[in-house]
Design a binder for this molecule. Structure first.
Ligand SMILES: NC(=O)c1ccc[n+]([C@@H]2O[C@H](COP(=O)([O-])OP(=O)(O)OC[C@H]3O[C@@H](n4cnc5c(N)ncnc54)[C@H](O)[C@@H]3O)[C@@H](O)[C@H]2O)c1
Length: 375
């Protein structure tokens, strides 16, 4: 399958650096609305530069377009690609609104084309191992899941010095304006919907805790949430609490709580992160959780990736899934409807800033003094 990139920014390096794992994908070329970026990226990696998106879409040899543009460009770029008859693998989110995402899926369906959205870490070894353990019922009936997507205090970090391999700056303005939920909730939402099926309801709270996180640019909007917490009830009965933030210490952990024990991992950004199991123990009349965590064996060893850095994610795995599903004429695991459902969930959590109802307290009290001996 021949693929092409639209968007030669920070994430494009991650994609091209995992592409070498997959001989079945051939990169036809790249383009960016910023011609300097197209030239720099294409020269650095020695790949063809298309003059424009239109130029790329006229290339009949391209089967799948990877939409690696900024989230607010996803809809227009994906729509143009679908209308030109290309399959689309979009970076997250699929659409900034449900209407955008629904329209893209409707166009793709009417033209018998595929559209999927990143992330694809649910196709990784850690997620697939957890899922197998769940299918084998190793912790009994699952009642509750705690998933954390806290990305540390990003505003206090030297993010202006973060550069991709080919030298592009991390797009801090765009990241803060889009917000951590749209950017990162999908890394766990896609796992939860894969493991437990479609969600039925979501009750969320999201807020902007640090409006003045940058001093070099004016953010638009100025108050996109940098913290969110969502309680999701799945149609299957499982309840999950998902926290996303860029204001709390790094924590990407997951705990799946069943009647007979707990499955856990430390970080969903590592495809080969170990899976742990802690079982409930019964000794005489006492029942407690075994403090010793045992490793639940990974279903296979993760291929060693060339790209290192803050995470070990195989960015092209979702693209390969799409390419193979097309050539093998089988359903894509990251199907149009799966991507749409996760997009709807993510938008519901983000927009809870406006739609969530917060109870306003009506009483107050003066500060309390510490005990004299504790002053
Ligand atoms: N930055 C990361 O670490 C990271 C990691 C994983 C996923 N992502 C996702 O990847 C996507 C891109 O993020 P990024 O960090 O590479 O941003 P970026 O700003 O570094 O790069 C995006 C590029 O897209 C180009 N672009 C925007 N609109 C366009 C259009 N209409 N036509 C052609 N080119 C256009 C921009 O000029 C820019 O060069 C986002 O959806 C983001 O959520 C980013």
């Amino acid at each position: 399958m021949r693929i092409a990139f639209v968007g030669c920014g920070f994430v494009a390096d991650y994609y091209i650096n995992t592409l070498s794992e997959y001989k079945q994908l051939e990169l036809a070329g790249v383009t960016d609305k910023n011609p300097e970026r197209t030239t720099k990226f294409s020269k650095y990696y020695g790949v063809r530069a298309y003059d424009s998106l239109e130029d790329l879409l006229e290339d009949d040899s391209v089967d799948i377009v990877l939409n690696l543009t900024n989230p607010r460009s996803h809809y227009t770029v994906s729509k143009a690609c679908l209308e030109a008859g290309k399959h689309v693998y979009s970076e997250k989110p699929l659409g900034m609104t449900n209407e955008e995402a629904k329209e893209l899926v409707a166009i793709a369906t009417s033209k018998d084309l595929q559209i999927s959205s990143a992330p694809c870490n649910v196709l990784g070894e850690t997620a697939q191992t957890l899922w197998k353990a769940l299918r084998e019922n190793v912790v009994g009936k699952v009642r509750l899941v705690y998933a954390e997507m806290d990305d540390a205090m990003v505003h206090q970090m030297p993010y202006k010095q973060w550069l991709s391999k080919s030298g592009t700056q991390w797009p801090h303005k765009d990241e803060f304006e889009v917000g951590c939920t749209l950017e990162h909730a999908g890394y766990y939402l896609t796992w939860l919907t894969t493991f437990f099926g479609p969600a039925a309801t979501v009750t969320a709270f999201s807020s902007c805790l640090i409006p003045d996180k940058v001093n070099d640019v004016v953010l638009d909007p100025p108050n996109q949430p940098d913290f969110s917490v969502a309680c999701i009830k799945f149609a299957s009965g499982v309840v999950a609490r998902l926290t996303c933030s860029i204001v709390a210490p790094h924590d990407h952990s997951l705990k799946i709580i069943g009647d007979q024990g707990i499955l856990s991992i430390k970080d969903c950004w590592y495809y080969d992160d170990p899976v742990y199991i802690q079982r409930m123990l019964r000794i005489r009349r006492k029942v407690f959780l075994n403090p010793w965590k045992q490793k639940y064996p990974l279903v296979r060893k993760s291929p060693k990736l060339q790209s290192g850095g803050a995470q070990r994610m195989d960015f092209c795995r979702g693209v390969v899934e799409m390419a193979e599903s097309i050539s093998q004429k089988r359903p894509n695991r990251l199907s149009r409807d799966f991507s749409l459902h996760n997009n709807e969930l993510v938008n519901a959590i983000t927009s809870s800033l406006e739609t969530g109802s917060a109870y306003q307290l009506t009483t107050s009290f003066e500060p309390i003094s510490p005990m004299d001996w504790a002053r």
